[in-house]
Design a protein around this ligand. Structure first.
Ligand code: PMT
Length: 420
């Protein structure tokens, strides 16, 4: 299988029919389209195709019976069903269709159907009389009503030598329809999420608050051409500023060095070094009701900044003496006025929650947002983050999400603090 990032996760359910071997071709087509496929088979399906075939092709354990002693996952039907973007049944027998329609969960595949929120697509294949039977058609109608998609069987000569409708649709067509459904489902999920976000934002639930936020990285000069800095892009801090403005907050961004532009409807004050950022924050602090330190501020700066470019000499090493910068966050929390809420970020590489909690106590914060910057999709420069929001009352572990979504969650916690 290709090592590139898979775009969709498909659970392929294979039932006991002569067309079971065609599921192998569907599997290969989906893999070629960069899908990650896991296979579940009914007991009868294994009479037609060996699980080993699917195991070799997917490099994954094939689930038939979750009580099997070789099954590596004790709650496989839940883990399998909740980690797929589509459950695709190829071929589906009249028996499995009947079980799905009636909520019968007496094996792994039927339990997975009940335990999954993913869209379901069924490609039936069976004898023409079984297909036309009133019971089968009734079950199919019930499943359609439940939102299940069907790839209808086609007419042709069937395995039993009769001619009529019941033959599995062409594998290319099944794979195409599955991919189309995956794309449509993803688009409508994103649209739903955006609608929810937009309708919540329009409530202006933070109106009256005034946010002062530091964003981006700082640059600490070594000489007129060189500096010490970090990888902050400004995306996280700008996302908080944008969401806050949309929720009715008056926002001032004290902005270090960023690779992206600030959002609309916020006041921007530029500050390149930690010292400049500190001065700008202290000046604006009296107007703020919430302070958030999202910037990656240098903890140390060169003690003496050379007036002219430092020249290369014969010496093999060059020692720079560094001194501490002002800790902006600690100064803010040490100068609290009224009911100012103070929120910090913690960018950590190990013992994330423990270090973040100690920062919360040491810097006297109301809330700290800990991001493990070693995780893929988290921390510097990505559009997503993985964070734990920690307050004195507890912590909330959040999965991978966009920085805008995380910003919204942080603001939800700020509101809760305000209501306490
Ligand atoms: O900008 P992006 O590319 O989107 O990346 C986002 C981010 C990783 C920069 C952001 O999510 C983040 O974690 N920001 C804080 C990074 C950091 O400097 O963490 P820290 O653990 O060193 O500092 C802890 C807190 O003290 C931070 O709120 C920081 O702003 C503040 N601090 C630190 C030093 C200092 N001299 N003054 C400060 O105010």
């Amino acid at each position: 299988m290709s090592e590139s990032k898979k775009i969709f996760r498909v659970g392929l359910g294979v039932c006991g029919g002569i067309a079971a071997y065609k599921a192998i071709e569907v599997l290969r087509l989906l893999q070629k389209a960069n899908c990650e496929v896991r296979v579940a088979m009914t007991r009868h399906a294994t009479e037609f195709v060996q699980p080993l075939t699917f195991r070799a092709l997917t490099e994954n354990y094939v689930l038939v019976d979750d009580y099997d002693e070789n099954n590596p996952d004790p709650i496989a039907h839940i883990n399998f069903s909740q980690n797929i973007d589509l459950l695709l049944i190829v071929p589906a027998t009249a028996n499995v269709i009947a079980k799905f329609a009636n909520g019968i969960a007496d094996d792994f595949l039927t339990s997975t159907y009940l335990a999954s929120n993913a869209p379901v697509m069924i490609a039936p294949a069976m004898n023409v009389t079984m297909w036309n039977h009133a019971a089968t058609q009734r079950n199919i109608a019930a499943l359609r009503k439940d939102g299940v998609y069907f790839v209808e069987p086609i007419a042709g000569e069937l395995a039993c030598k009769t001619v009529g409708t019941g033959k599995l649709e062409d594998v290319e067509n099944i794979a195409d329809q599955a991919l189309k459904l995956l794309v449509e489902s993803r688009e409508s999920r994103v649209e739903r999420e955006n609608q929810t976000l937009d309708s919540r934002l329009s409530t202006l639930d933070l109106k009256g608050e005034s946010l002062l936020i530091t964003v981006g990285g700082t640059r600490e000069a070594i000489d007129p051409v060189r500096f010490i800095s970090n990888h902050s892009s400004g995306k996280m801090g700008f996302a908080v500023a944008e969401m806050a403005a949309k929720r009715g907050v008056r926002v001032t961004v004290v902005c270090g060095v960023t690779t992206v532009s600030p959002p609309a409807n916020v006041e921007v004050v530029r500050a390149v070094s930690a010292e400049e950022m500190f001065q700008a924050v202290m000046k604006k602090l009296p107007e703020a009701t919430i302070f958030i330190g999202a910037a990656a501020v240098a903890d140390y700066r060169p003690k003496n900044v050379a007036d002219a470019k430092i020249k290369k000499t014969d010496q093999v090493t060059l020692t720079l003496e560094l001194e501490k910068t002002p800790d902006i966050l600690s100064n803010v929390s040490g100068n609290r006025h009224g009911n100012l809420l103070v929120v910090g970020f913690a960018a950590e590489t190990n013992d994330v929650a423990a270090y973040a909690k100690s920062k919360m106590v040491r810097k006297n914060l109301d809330l700290v947002v800990a991001n493990d910057i070693t995780k893929k999709g988290a921390g510097f420069n990505s559009d997503t983050n993985i964070a734990t929001i920690i307050s004195r009352k507890g912590e909330i572990d959040l999965p991978l999400m966009s920085k805008r979504e995380l910003a919204d969650k942080i603001l939800d916690e700020v509101i809760k603090l305000r209501q306490n």
